[in-house]
Write a protein that binds this ligand. Structure first.
Ligand code: BES
Ligand code: ZN
Ligand code: ZN
Length: 462
């Protein structure tokens, strides 16, 4: 999809006119009783023009601009409008609306034989000093790329296919290079944690590192982003029940978000050094699968009792994080993972949980989350809970029954595998996927945090 800016009016199937709520609103052809300019309110004229309410001007926020924009999606669809022009009232309102409209209009068609012919091709934001058209277009592309990967089924995209995807991405960009560690190499290096998760499957496990390097500042360290890439999470021998297992292709969302961010960074040709590392595995059951009660030795040297085979994401990340720190010596590490169902209980499906060992990094993430409307809330790495990751007959255990704060325990476990690098852990267990659709996304993968993490990286590289 193309997103453009134009100073002059353009021809389009649908013209969008955003309107603030006012006491005496008068629009030719629209009765004031029907349309008051309330947020998200719409009035369609002649099948070719739509007035959309923005609400009170002083109450406007990025979230509300997006809400208004996404309200246009069903209208554009029913009118079969493939070109849309949005009049820009002021500043970046029109561009945020275009962004939301594009994302809400996303359709996952990979497995549908008859593709939709009436999809939106171009959105033009019309007005003087319209900014960010190219960046918005690229973001939409990167987010939809992430969504396509997450929505792809586990029989289509397994660990090996994720490796190929990473290679494909890097091949398209001369500033990228890929390192792949396959099972043999992981075994040789002593990565017992990721291997324990992947040993029930024929496919994987792998660790893949994508390095992006474009004239970084002299002496600067790379920024590392790390993603949980479980192409399917059956729960293992602690098998997930019906109702919880069906959407577990989404458990690779962290890794797919890393790929989306790497794509975005490379397309916008940022100067700097960024590494994206994927921990890839498939958590299955069978005669080779790891058992509850087994103890393994991780890459860090710490031993872990597997008290629950369904707490596999932290096992994969334990080795992936330790490897990333040792190999790349980054200035910061940010991991993204659909780590816990408890994140849904704590924050629902719109807000990502953040846990961090570093105040400054946490603040940067929360600031960017606010600015770019990627709802994020911090949970504490409370020390008394953290202590309870210790095992009875091993250094650590991957699940502690007595602490109900599952999302905190996930973060508490992960920080054991990072020695000195500031770490931020984003638990997207709630936000990677939407069962009903949300403000900017239809049902399925959301692409959450592609914008957030790109903006955080840009901020850290300043
Ligand atoms: N992948 C799941 C978490 C998840 C659940 C993500 C629902 C998205 C939607 C993770 O591997 C898991 O199973 N976590 C367990 C941890 C528990 C056994 C400590 C959970 O949250 O129940
Ligand atoms: Zn699990
Ligand atoms: Zn999982």
């Amino acid at each position: 999809m193309k997103i453009k800016a134009s100073e002059k009016k353009v021809k389009a199937d649908l013209i969008v006119v955003p309107v603030f709520k006012k006491k005496k609103l008068s629009i030719k052809g629209v009765p004031t009783k029907i349309f008051k300019g309330d947020l998200g309110e719409t009035a369609v004229l002649d099948h070719s023009k739509v007035f959309i309410g923005l609400g009170e001007e002083k109450e406007l926020s990025v979230h509300k601009m997006k809400e208004a924009g996404s309200k246009l999606a069903p209208i554009a669809k029913s009118l079969k409008a493939t070109s849309i022009a949005i009049e820009n009232p002021k500043s970046d309102i029109g561009m945020w609306m275009a962004f939301a409209l594009a994302l809400k209009s996303y359709k996952f068609e990979k497995y549908i034989s008859k593709k939709d012919k009436d999809k939106i091709k171009t959105i033009t934001v019309v007005g003087k000093t319209v900014r960010y058209a190219k960046e918005t277009e690229t973001f939409v592309d990167s987010i939809c790329y992430t969504r396509d990967l997450v929505n792809s089924t586990s029989n289509d995209i397994g660990p090996k296919a994720m490796v190929l995807e990473a290679k494909k991405l890097a091949k398209a960009n001369k500033n990228m290079r890929v390192t792949v560690l396959d099972r043999k190499k992981l075994e040789k290096m002593g990565m017992g944690a990721i291997i324990s998760v992947g040993q029930g499957s024929q496919d994987g496990p792998y660790i893949v590192a994508i390095e992006y390097k474009n004239k970084p500042k002299k002496g600067s360290k790379p920024i590392a982003i790390v993603g949980k890439g479980l192409t399917f999470d059956s729960g293992g021998i602690n098998l997930k029940p019906t109702g919880h297992i069906e959407t577990m292709k989404q458990d690779k969302a962290g890794a797919c978000t890393v790929l989306g961010v790497m794509k975005q960074i490379s397309k916008s040709k940022h100067k700097g050094h960024v590494v994206g590392v994927l921990g890839l595995a498939e958590n299955l059951i069978g005669s080779k699968a790891i058992r509850p009660g087994d103890i393994i030795k991780s890459y860090s040297g710490k031993t872990i009792e597997i008290t629950n085979t369904d707490a596999e994401g932290r096992m994969v990340l334990a080795d992936t994080l330790a490897y990333t720190e040792k190999k790349f010596k980054p200035s910061h590490m940010i991991d993204m993972a659909t780590l816990t169902g408890a994140a849904i209980v704590a924050l629902g499906s719109d807000i990502t949980a953040l846990l961090s060992t570093d105040r400054k990094l946490a603040k940067t993430i929360l600031d960017m989350a606010n600015k770019y409307d990627e709802p994020t809330w911090e949970l504490p790495l409370y020390e008394d809970y953290c202590k309870k990751t210790k095992g009875e007959i091993s250094d650590l255990k991957n699940y502690t029954k007595t602490v109900r704060a599952g999302t905190i325990m996930g973060g508490a476990f992960l920080k054991e595998f990072v020695k000195e690098t500031p770490l931020a852990h984003l638990d997207m267990g709630g936000t990677a996927w939407t069962d009903q659709g949300n403000s900017c996304s239809p049902q399925g993968a959301t692409g959450a945090n592609v914008v957030l993490i790109t903006k955080v990286i840009e901020e850290l590289m300043k």
